[in-house]
Design a binder for this molecule. Structure first.
Ligand code: FAD
Ligand code: UDP
Length: 399
């Protein structure tokens, strides 16, 4: 009899396995239907000895000191600031759009003040910002929207930005200074020895048993456990009772080239050309030195592993129905990007999992008495930063 069966060995499942085993002394069986731990953040050395991310580029960034400190128990870090170029009108230009993007694109030499004015003249006034089109067009106008956002989004989601929640394109800022970093977060770094090594360190505990190549739907009934933590797709858990929640998938084409370097940035986005959205060269991310170089092309598609929830009103409404079902299902906790149908980054999922652990143990605390109290509150990170992670936790707490 295990105290917890945890379905999914990605960030959500692994953080909870670690906390429950180490802090609460619970026995945990962690299962994943894939052949490895780490979920979509899994990385490995390919046949040429180059560290690659099997499921596309994963760059760690967060504003949450607590999340960063929590993960720092399991890895050292390599400072890394991510930079992306977009192929537009025959040039490779900084993305997010910044002062240099505008000056290069239009052959100008504006300063930040002038660039802000320039964007104001381009922007379209909107009464209400609801969609991914609204959010961009109201900031930079239709021309830049068409060049940088519209076609990329249509390729990535098979949907026009006007059909997607504002939050999707709002992930990418627009700047009028010369900051060329993709993210603005306080903490930006890569696990020094890779994500998989970090997960191995997290899960290295005698209370944790791991079962790979095991689908919960097939083996769940033959395992004895007290509580379930589920991090897979929520619609699948409930046998698609209210219909299938759309998840966008990708096909990854990995390639190794017989030269030390392929492109001039870690990631090059192709909004308007090709069937792929972006090309990532891993050595930029990992800092690895090697005479060859490995890249991955991302081809969006409908079928395949679920990678992205699709944030739009009708999907959010269907998720709400599943969530009500989840809330009335005792003994099961739904955590992570697929189980809570949220377009979360790794740090947000980590924050959500830590919040879930807190909730589980606090509920338990009320049931078992005060003895655990001090231990819990001196060992669980408490969210303080104003960040996406804080939002994840607030939503979670509200739930
Ligand atoms: P997952 O990693 O999806 O883990 C869920 C696990 O559950 C999977 O391993 C799956 O096999 C398993 N599972 C599901 N159903 C079952 C079942 N029935 N039985 C057994 N196992 C099951 N985030 C960032 O912060 N920075 C980035 O740069 C970044 N880049 C990304 C790039 C891509 C292409 C993608 C797709 C995502 C990216 N993310 C990034 C997001 C990041 O991958 C997620 O936030 C994070 O991995 C989610 O963790 P999770 O545990 O919720 O889900
Ligand atoms: N996006 C875009 N053009 C770009 C980069 C991003 O239109 O060059 C839009 C697109 O809709 C994308 C979203 O912004 O899905 C979020 O981009 P992000 O890079 O955060 O996507 P992820 O890394 O999660 O795939």
């Amino acid at each position: 009899m295990f105290d917890y069966l945890i379905v999914g060995a990605g960030f959500a499942g692994s953080v909870l396995a670690e906390r429950l085993a180490r802090i609460s002394d619970k026995s945990v069986l962690l299962v994943d239907r894939r052949s490895h731990i780490g979920g979509n953040a899994y990385d490995h050395y390919n046949e040429h000895g180059i560290l690659v991310h099997k499921y596309g580029p994963h760059i760690f960034h967060t504003n949450s000191r607590d999340v960063f400190e929590y993960l720092s128990q399991f890895t050292e870090w390599r400072p890394y600031e991510h930079r992306v170029l977009a192929s537009v009108d025959g040039q490779l230009l900084p993305m997010p759009i910044n002062l240099d993007t505008l000056n290069k694109l239009y052959g100008l030499s504006m300063n930040s003040f002038e660039a802000e004015k320039f964007l104001e003249t381009m922007a379209e006034k909107k009464q209400e910002i609801k969609t991914s089109e609204d959010v961009v067009v109201s900031r930079i106008g239709r021309e830049l929207y068409e060049k940088f956002f519209r076609n990329y989004t249509r390729k990535q989601w098979n949907m026009d930005p006007s059909e997607l929640d504002a939050a999707v394109t709002a992930r990418v800022p627009v700047r009028t200074n010369r900051d060329s970093r993709y993210f603005s977060d306080t903490y930006q770094a890569m696990p020094l020895h890779g994500y998989t090594r970090m997960f191995e360190n997290m899960l290295d505990h005698p209370n944790i048993k791991i079962l790979l190549n095991a689908n919960y739907r097939e083996i769940g009934k033959s395992i004895a456990y007290r509580q379930l933590i589920y991090t897979g797709p929520i619609d699948e858990f409930f046998d698609f009772r209210y219909g299938e929640l759309p998840y966008r998938s990708l096909r990854f084409k990995h390639e190794t080239l017989n030269k030390p370097n392929f492109q001039t940035a870690a990631v090059v986005n192709y909004p308007n050309e090709h069937l792929y959205t972006r090309v990532t060269e891993f050595k930029y991310l990992t800092g690895q030195e090697h005479p060859k170089t490995s890249v991955v092309y991302e081809f969006p598609q409908a079928e395949g592993d679920p990678y992205y929830p699709v944030p739009r009103p009708e999907n959010n409404a269907m998720y709400k129905k599943y969530k009500e079902l989840a809330d009335s299902t005792t003994g099961v906790h739904f955590v992570g990007r697929l189980a809570t149908y949220k377009y979360y980054n790794m740090d947000q999922v980590t924050g959500q999992a830590l919040a879930t652990f807190k909730r589980i143990t606090v509920a338990k605390h009320h049931a078992v008495g005060a003895a655990l109290h001090d231990r819990l509150y001196t060992s669980i990170p408490v969210q303080t930063a104003a960040s996406g992670t804080a939002l994840a936790e607030r939503e979670d707490a509200a739930a």
